[in-house]
Design a protein around this ligand. Sequence first.
Ligand SMILES: Nc1ncnc2c1ncn2[C@@H]1O[C@H](COP(=O)(O)OP(=O)(O)OP(=O)(O)O)[C@@H](O)[C@H]1O
Length: 296
Amino acid sequence: MTIMRHDPDHLHCEHEDPSRELIHVDCASHTYPDGSVGIHEMCFHVLKDEIVALCGPNGSGKSTLIEHLNGLLLPTKGDIVINGRSVTRGEREGLWKEVGVIFQRSEDQLFAPTVLDDVMFGPLNLGMAPEEARTAALEALEAVGAAELVGKLPNYLSGGQKRLVSIAGILAMKPRIIAMDEPTSDLDPVHSARIERLIVELKTRYGISVVIATHDLELAARIADRICLVRNGAVFAEGSPRDVFYDSDLIHEAGLKQPDTVKTWLEYCRSQGGKRDERPVTRVELVRLLGTGPGR
Ligand SMILES: Nc1ncnc2c1ncn2[C@@H]1O[C@H](COP(=O)(O)OP(=O)(O)OP(=O)(O)O)[C@@H](O)[C@H]1O
């Protein structure tokens, strides 16, 4: 995968793998009622079996894009096509079965008296019979490792537990795609690692494609198949973590900073005057290379 730059003068939302496409955001724009531009001529896609990370500075449009992926917001211009159905043309029935969205603030998602009620809410809403919904909810809580929380009051859960329960609530609806806004923000390292493992499992074990909006570039480097750089309401470049994070000009243009792992390797190579063919993006890769030294 090489870096693809989106040329604002020749916008095209095509890509090389349309047969695997689940989401197609076709030059979509959204202006909020107060005149703020949320997204502007956004071209974006999600394929089957991939984890895509949206990376960009505050206010670049990541959350606004995520809220468009299951019809919470509608574009004021352009189209959003989910699994062949145009959201803009009103084909929105059952959209929550296709794309589940997990908000940055888990509180926005949890409102029922108990965790079980909360996780059952989505399946019941999709028309499942109560027993079936209960089974789906229990399975989802088990899958996220939160089975012991089943009878608890959502209000009294810790931030990390709330995040797990809100993921279970979405997973219980068995969507094809899950979009998460800042999935690891405000979590301690243990809970972050748990959510990170869960995101990878959603893809590898359940065949769910995942979109994450994140400021944690180290996380994106570890788990994403594709990085989409977002600026001024649009994806302006995309590529593999290795290609994107080693392009310092591009990262600068995105208003971001290279991940520490990348910076450490580049500094090490400079200090050693060695070759730079390898491009580690995870700490495990970095440590392995530091053991052999650059250019050896
Ligand atoms: N409900 C809203 N009403 C008005 N403007 C909004 C609303 N939500 C977002 N915006 C504006 O839309 C633009 C994009 O915001 P958005 O929250 O999508 O960015 P973001 O990349 O997710 O930012 P962050 O990383 O800080 O979460 C910003 O200028 C923001 O002020």
